[in-house]
Design a protein around this ligand. Structure first.
Ligand code: AHM
Ligand code: MG
Length: 356
């Protein structure tokens, strides 16, 4: 009989690998897994229920929220509150971070950053969406945790991962010792280890980018796209273009098959569209742990200074050699201009947010 390892068993088995092995991080991951199952149930019902449509509120980026975004946000925050291992939840859906206080969390040492339902414009067309999470240890030692505890560079993450609500539901995560993937078996309601020790191929043949924005791309990106489209048998070009518009789904596919995902700066999103804290850092940690690479075209994502909660960043992420190639064309055709460097310096000084 085939032995099935559930997410819960796996987390406990690996507990001693964690830097601070007291069981808290294990419980936190388990809480995220439970909330994900509840959100999965609702995502699967989305076509059946009157849960679609705008909830009528706007998030900080001025985008309308779908009802399921709000539901997923509430669900994850409530699971993390009752779990007692986390003192702050920063969510892409909330303008400010949420303190978790009360008796159960008074000694909590972890900070969770979460994008509860990424790619939510895809819900009402039955296309894969996801949850992205990132876990840090708080830096301050006494009193209430502060913004300083949240604004940590990506290198400080102790765990990160995503849940993909797709043709099957999977949770994929890392605690800094490789990447493992678990598929939800609906008949037993458990995530089961299905993709142990995931590795992204060093080279790939898929590129994922919203090519509709081509006219607004930096020259380096335009050159890279042309490179992808030119015929060259040895490097298996032309490559294949695949873009779902759901970061989790696009990166999950590229992780398994090999590929690059790019969301560059554009004229309408001069800082990039995706959020450093909720989307870029967790995905960069995970992809690096799988043997891939993630940069903003010039700098490693994980080393970027985090100056504000909703900061945005360009991202080039995926198979190592593909990202190296795109970066080299960025350096050659879109060298970082003085304005960018000055802007980064001002952002670091807190003079400008480097966001929206
Ligand atoms: P969201 O957090 O509002 O859902 O936006 C993030 C999503 C990503 O999942 C996806 O990669 C990107 O936005 C798609 O953007 P675009 O429609 O501009 O291509
Ligand atoms: Mg998002």
């Amino acid at each position: 009989m085939q032995v099935v390892i559930t997410l819960g068993q796996f987390i406990i088995e690996k507990q001693n690998d964690f830097p601070y092995a007291k069981g808290e991080l294990s419980r936190l991951l388990r809480d995220i897994g439970i909330a994900a199952k509840i959100v999965n149930r609702e995502v699967n019902k989305a076509g059946l229920m009157d849960i679609l449509g705008d909830a009528g509120t706007m998030n900080i980026q001025g985008e309308s929220q779908k009802k399921l975004d709000v539901y997923a946000n509430d669900q994850f925050i409530s699971a993390l509150k009752s779990g007692g291992e986390c003192c702050i939840v920063a969510s892409e859906e909330n303008d400010e971070f949420v303190y978790i206080d009360g008796e159960v969390s008074k000694n909590a040492k972890y900070i969770v950053a979460i994008d509860p339902l990424d790619g939510s414009s895809n819900i009402d067309v039955n296309v894969a969406v996801g949850t992205i999470f990132s876990i840090y240890r708080r830096k301050t030692t006494d009193g209430k945790a502060t913004l300083e505890d949240v604004l940590q560079n990506g290198t400080k993450q102790v765990a990160a991962g995503y849940v993909i609500y797709g043709s099957s539901t999977m949770m994929v995560y890392t605690t800094g010792k490789g990447v493992n993937g678990f598929t939800l078996d609906p008949s037993i309601g458990e995530f089961c280890l299905s993709h142990p020790a995931m590795k992204i191929p060093k080279d790939g043949t898929i590129y994922s980018i919203n090519e509709g924005n081509y006219v607004h791309f930096p020259d380096g990106v335009k050159k890279y796209l042309k490179y992808c489209q030119v015929e060259d048998l040895e490097s298996k070009r032309p490559y294949t273009s695949r873009y779902i518009g759901s970061m989790v789904a696009d990166i999950h596919r590229n992780l398994i098959k090999g590929g690059i995902f790019i969301y560059p700066k554009t004229a309408s999103a001069p800082q990039g569209k995706l959020r450093l804290v909720y989307e870029c850092n967790p995905m960069a940690f995970l992809i690096e742990q799988a043997g891939g690479r993630a940069t903003d075209g010039y700098e490693r994502i994980l080393e970027k200074e985090v100056v504000s909660l909703h900061q945005r960043s360009a991202i080039f992420i995926g198979s190592e050699n593909m990202v190296y190639k795109a970066e080299s064309l960025m350096h050659q055709f879109s060298p970082q201009v003085e304005d960018d460097v000055a802007e980064t310096k001002l952002a670091k000084l807190g003079v400008i947010g480097g966001i929206d």
